[in-house]
Design a protein around this ligand. Structure first.
Ligand SMILES: *[C@@H]1O[C@H](CO)[C@@H](O)[C@H](O)[C@H]1NC(C)=O
Ligand SMILES: *[C@@H]1O[C@H](CO)[C@@H](O)[C@H](O)[C@H]1NC(C)=O
Length: 194
């Protein structure tokens, strides 16, 4: 059994993207969550689904662990497993609230990976109840009124509750191209979880 540790520049945040012939929707248009409570958002999240990956990274078993760094920023620990090749993928990033002085606080974060000092609000939580699910999107405007969007549905467990699925479906209906969604394999055996 071969297990490689591949340090990817980004597991989720730039790979899970799709291109659209429209500019980014604004946080207001997307209804980004307000009154965000970062303390309740930290901890472990499992990826349930995301936009299909452009460069066929083909990562499953995707897991994110958010913990506070000493400086108050959030450590973003992403891990995944590529089932076909038995590769373990890991990456650590850093997130800060995009607009920490706002009241009410919007659930918008600037996430960077691998010493990449890009200063961009690129992780927007549209909905979360903190204890069950989180619905997250990102968007970058491109030339010619195009954009690159990302979408992740996260759950506190490797499956998703019916209530969270229903809530996510409402948001998908409004904001996500269902045909581009890739379901993440979180099967315990396939993911080699103990
Ligand atoms: C990011 O850019 C904004 C201006 O758009 C600036 O106010 C802020 O200090 C920058 N943050 C970092 C971490 O460089
Ligand atoms: C986050 O990025 C946005 C630009 O998208 C910038 O205006 C803002 O100042 C950044 N926030 C921090 C805390 O660096």
């Amino acid at each position: 059994m071969k297990i490689f540790i591949a340090i990817l520049a980004v597991i989720c945040f730039s790979q899970a993207q799709e291109f659209f012939d429209r500019p980014c929707r604004t946080p207001e248009e997307l209804g980004v969550k307000t009154g965000f409570l970062p303390n309740f958002y930290t901890g472990i999240w499992f990826e349930i689904e995301r936009y299909e990956q452009r460069f066929q990274v083909d990562a499953d078993c995707v897991r994110a662990e958010y913990t506070f760094n000493a400086d108050g920023s959030i450590r973003v620990g992403n891990s995944a497993f590529r089932i076909s090749t038995e590769e373990s993928l890991e990456d650590v990033g850093r997130a800060v609230l995009s607009f920490p002085d706002e009241i009410p606080l919007r659930a918008m974060l600037n996430v960077t990976f691998g010493g990449d000092l890009i200063n961009r609000s690129n992780y927007w939580v549209l909905s979360t109840d903190y204890s069950d699910y989180a619905f997250v999107v990102s968007c970058i405007n491109l030339p010619a009124s195009r954009s690159s969007e990302s979408y992740w549905l996260l759950s506190r467990s490797t499956t998703i509750s019916t209530a969270a699925r229903n809530r996510a479906n409402d948001l998908i209906e409004k904001f996500i191209d269902r045909s581009r969604i890739r379901v993440t394999n979180q099967d315990n055996t396939a993911c080699r979880r103990i």
